[in-house]
Design a protein around this ligand. Structure first.
Ligand SMILES: O=C[C@H](O)[C@H](O)COP(=O)(O)O
Ligand SMILES: C=C(OP(=O)(O)O)C(=O)O
Ligand SMILES: [Mn+2]
Length: 469
């Protein structure tokens, strides 16, 4: 691991405070850090980190606190989280149209989910910083210019390039600066889109009507008709305006996996008003399934920041281990602080999730339970392309809701990999079904397969039905 110097930053205090338990933004360096790139030039990394530490925060502690409060309400049953976006942001994701279309589809889904659940939907993008990937293997086979090659794995735009050459795959610290500026530019767009209201409720509803018209499923039409009635009722009431902006102010939040710890450290700033450390790289940070070791660097880092944090929970998690994570990450049992994002696989969720839910419930941790129905359902499709079946995704979500209904806990949200574009990365869906033979038509993801616009909307209608029952 690199030993870079932490530079005190202009937005923080000159003497970086250490909390009672010995935490400071660099204390993770005393712990084993999984999935860190093999940076070939650590002096260059140190220089970049010093530069990053002097750059402005991307988000404010007050914004993160607002998200934390909204997640707290959801954890207590009064809200539902929709967290969604690319697996890995790459060149195409930064285009204004791509950001616009992503916000648009998330807003459409959110309106359907709010109707189905009867709850406010908290909207969080995997966006403006989701550029680092943990990988199963340090090397991967690729089609090189003159035949198959084994190269270091692509680890996201923050680390290396996806081109099939050894040069591109070399981790380059300048990419951390690139990721910072890319994040700033996406955030600027998000703030622009949401400042004056992205769309009215009527407009969002009209977009959903277009989707339903193209879809063959009569149940979705019925749900939309019910929404129509409610909107007409609202329009008839004095003082209520479905024509008012649906998305006003900055309540579209950002999140990413806090994987590359030098980057996160450099953006962690002392918040004077809250007297706490805030990771200003995103409103919410999560720890991945491959880096959630109790004594590991990622858990150490997340324990000390006051952002809302998530942890991915896969099928090998044991109840005792999960309780230890809750103790470590949410010692004061503060609703909104900790989100558990389960990703079991459709075949395993019904037996793997109940003991975990019971243990956390009985221990009294007020966590927000969220379903990631993507990462446990990845399979190899035709030509070796990674894919996921839409029906498996639906089945895992159904299992998640069933388990929580049985335990008397709140199925509090969904975490998805999706795009607003018409890509062909996941199989199935009814409005425009993606077949094995179509997979390569528009397979554009930089890492994992995403739901396309129509599949994402269809999933929101199905989820709304499930939540309504
Ligand atoms: O997005 C998540 C992980 O980075 C991804 O699922 C790992 O994929 P891999 O098994 O191809 O490395
Ligand atoms: C890496 C990811 O997931 P997980 O840690 O659950 O495998 C991801 O969300 O892209
Ligand atoms: Mn992924």
């Amino acid at each position: 691991m690199t030993a870079f110097t932490f530079v005190s930053n202009p937005f923080g205090t000159p003497s970086t405070p250490t909390t009672q338990d010995g935490w400071n933004p660099g204390s993770w360096q005393e712990h084993p850090a999984a999935q860190q790139p093999p940076w070939p030039d650590t002096a260059a990394l140190d220089t970049v980190i010093d530069q990053l530490a002097l750059l402005p925060p991307l988000v404010s502690a007050a914004e993160s606190a607002r998200l934390r409060a909204a997640l707290g309400a959801a954890a207590l049953g009064d809200g539902f989280l929709l967290q969604a976006g690319d697996c890995a942001e790459s060149t195409g994701s930064f285009h204004a149209d791509a950001v616009y279309n992503k916000v648009k589809v998330i807003l459409q889904m959110s309106s359907v989910l709010a109707f189905g659940s009867g709850l406010p939907v908290v909207k969080v993008g995997r966006i403006a910083g989701q550029m680092a990937k943990p990988r199963s293997n340090p090397v991967e086979p690729v089609d090189g210019p003159s035949g198959p090659l084994l190269l270091p794995s692509y680890r996201g735009e923050m680390v290396n390039g996806s081109a099939p050459t050894p040069e591109a795959r070399r981790p380059d610290p300048d990419r951390l600066l690139y990721a910072y500026y890319r994040s700033a530019s996406s955030l600027n767009l998000l703030r622009m889109f949401t400042a004056d209201g992205f769309a009215t409720l009527d407009e969002v509803h009209a977009w959903n009507r277009e989707h339903v018209a193209a879809s063959a499923d009569p149940r979705h039409a019925a749900l939309l008709d019910d929404m129509d009635h409610v909107l007409r009722y609202l329009a008839s009431r004095p003082g209520t305006q479905p024509g008012a902006p649906e998305q006003q102010g900055f309540d579209f939040f950002t999140s990413h996996e806090a994987l590359i710890l030098p980057y996160e450290q450099a953006l962690t700033r002392w918040d004077h008003s809250g007297s706490a450390w805030h990771d200003a790289s995103a409103h919410m940070a999560w720890i991945g399934e491959r880096t959630r070791q109790l004594d590991g660097a990622h858990v150490e880092f997340a324990a000390g920041i006051d952002n809302p944090v998530g942890v991915k929970v896969g099928p090998t998690m044991e109840p005792e281990e999960l309780l230890a994570l809750c103790r470590r990450l949410d010692p004061t049992r503060d609703p909104g602080r900790l989100t558990l994002i389960t990703r079991m696989g459709a075949g395993r969720i019904r037996e793997a999730l109940p003991p975990l839910v019971r243990a956390v419930r009985d221990a009294g941790y007020p966590v927000l339970w969220v379903c990631d129905p993507m990462h446990g359902n990845t399979i190899a499709g035709s030509g070796g392309l990674k894919t996921r079946r839409f029906n498996d995704i639906v089945d895992e979500l159904r299992g998640f809701i069933e388990v929580h209904r049985q335990a008397g806990t709140h199925p509090g949200g969904v975490h998805l990999e999706l795009t607003g574009e018409d890509v062909t990365e996941c199989l199935g869906g009814t409005a425009s079904e993606v077949l094995e033979e179509n997979l390569s038509d528009r397979y554009e993801t930089a890492c994992d397969p995403r739901l396309n616009r129509s599949q994402a909307l269809e999933l929101s209608f199905i989820a709304a039905e499930l939540l309504r029952k």
